[in-house]
Design a protein around this ligand. Sequence first.
Ligand SMILES: [Zn+2]
Length: 213
Amino acid sequence: MKQRALLLVDLQNDFCAGGALAVYEGDSTVDVANTLIDWCEARGEAVLATQDWHPAHHGSFASQHNVEPFTQGELDGLPQTFWPDHCVQESEGAQLHPLLNRAAVQATIRKGENPAIDSYSAFFDNGHRQKTGLEAWLRQRDIVELIVMGLATDYCVKFTVLDALQLGYTVNVITDGCRGVNVQPQDSAQAFMEMAAAGATLYTLADWQETQG
Ligand SMILES: [Zn+2]
């Protein structure tokens, strides 16, 4: 039987209100996540979460380059947006949101541990140089379809979805479970269009519940 999994992207304190890289309305995705967790648990579908998980001196941090956060530069040959320090391993900011039903999460995929490269996608680093354990985990369980939501729409959600599509997964994105950084105001809308153009199906939570029974 075709198996499906819920993939919750970076629902971490640093991307929510009061966090180091807070995304506007980031917290409001947690209720959507908990509703989807219940929906998946009722159907025996797997629930996974990702965590951005950086060493303290990660090369994506503006502080490492003496530049302002959100400026553009280069990291080890790749274009890089430099971020405020965020999701430092073991810090409070790197923990999953306290209101998320964390007990339901069967596996947590960590990314961004190599200081020399950033990792937006849950599958690969930004240079596609190294894989995380996500694909192996999914293959072992014959999971071929994903429900994806989380933070942030225009970075980690987008690149996770694009990689998943390229790897052959069927991908459903729950749009109201996502919020974006929006360095440029249209970035999230643009990201949703890119995901749809690449083959993802976009749903609101209500649409999902209505159409998927
Ligand atoms: Zn990061």
